[in-house]
Design a protein around this ligand. Structure first.
Ligand code: NCD
Length: 339
């Protein structure tokens, strides 16, 4: 079993099934705190530094909220222009300095493998919040948590799953990390729908095929949506040379209620790492899907808090101490699990 305490979380390739099961189990234990049924102050006094050198809403805010929910303090740097990286400081030097001010660091950066480079200079655990088009391990973990909980009513799980990944599979780091994790499970079928120019990278496909999984690569929606889970993605405009180039691929695989009812199974669950691009030219997931119980996107985003709380508890070695540090909630709250 992986020793989480003091470890960086940089890539999904560090994780095996046992480690993932432990993360998802601890994430489940965080639900009462996230739902404000109780408080937990096990990280009282600890400091998270959130370093986000690329746009982010969910990942950044949920890392921060997760740390706060365990009683810790959060400091944040947003945008390279607001950091000494813009003065020519190396990632190593920045890491040496910031880790001196922190107990743990979450970082997002536009360059592939930059977070690993940063971690080499850090004296505290570093969690990768997305490094360019490479990986997004915490997103993949919250995606697995979501698949597991959404499939439970149908007596299904991560084994024997049929998932359809759709959109910009070339640049989407979330689908890269998720696919690598799915290679650890048994008998998964992965349908990959994308424009030909935006197909899944070969190394990700071979990770899945080496695991013995069935893979379908196609540029057509018709006939390819009868699956357990559809995982829609956004055209990653920031990874293209220009907006005009990204525009060539926008709007090819918009999903709406009519297409869902025509091609999906009765219980197909819809996921998306978000943000969904709702501009008319993209409209990845039409708002008419909002009325479907199987639109899991906001539950998925909420699960990000639980999974990030679990990663903090594990890397800081307090996962066995949660219940010793509970307190009542003193303010009005009407939070409940999302349906
Ligand atoms: C994703 C990302 O940043 O890779 N967003 C997220 O973290 N939930 C997906 C995206 O931006 O399209």
């Amino acid at each position: 079993m992986m020793n989480f305490q003091g470890s960086h979380i940089l890539s999904v390739s560090q994780l095996d099934r046992e480690a993932i099961a432990r993360i998802l189990q601890v994430a489940g234990q965080m639900a009462p705190y996230a739902l404000r049924e109780k408080r937990c102050h096990v990280l009282d006094g600890a400091i998270l530094n959130n370093l986000f050198f690329e746009p982010s809403t969910r990942t950044r805010v949920s890392f921060g909220a997760a740390f706060n929910l365990l009683g810790g303090f959060v400091r944040e740097t947003v945008g390279e222009e607001n950091s000494s990286l813009s003065k020519g400081e190396s990632l190593f030097d920045t890491a040496q300095v910031i880790s001196g001010y922190s107990d743990v660091i979450a970082m997002r950066h536009p360059k592939m493998h930059s977070v690993a480079e940063f971690a080499e200079g850090s004296t505290v655990p570093v969690i990768n919040g997305g490094d360019g088009a490479n990986e997004h391990p915490t997103q993949a973990l919250l995606d697995l948590f979501t698949i597991q909980s959404e499939m439970a009513p149908y007596q299904k799980g991560l084994d024997n799953l049929h998932i359809t990944l759709m959109g910009d599979l070339k640049h989407g780091r979330t689908v890269h990390s998720l696919s690598k994790l799915l290679s650890l499970y048994n008998n998964v079928k992965v349908t990959m729908i994308s424009p030909n120019a935006l197909q899944m990278p070969d190394n990700v496909i071979s990770t899945l095929s080496n695991a013995g999984h069935e893979i379908v690569v196609t540029d057509k929606i018709e006939g390819n949506l009868a699956c357990d889970v559809i995982y829609q993605t956004r055209i990653q405009q920031e990874r293209f040379a220009s907006k005009d180039e990204a525009d060539l691929y926008r709007g090819h695989f918009s999903l709406n209620k009519e297409i869902y009812q025509q091609y999906c199974k009765e219980h197909t669950v819809i996921m998306h790492p978000l943000p969904r691009d709702s501009r008319p030219e993209a409209n990845e997931l039409d708002t008419d899907l909002n009325e479907l119980d199987n639109l899991a996107i906001f539950r998925q985003a909420q699960n990000g808090v639980l999974v990030r709380m679990a990663l903090f508890a594990l890397t800081l070695g307090v996962d066995e101490k949660l219940t010793q540090y509970e307190k009542p909630v003193t303010w009005f709250t009407n939070k409940q699990a999302r349906k």
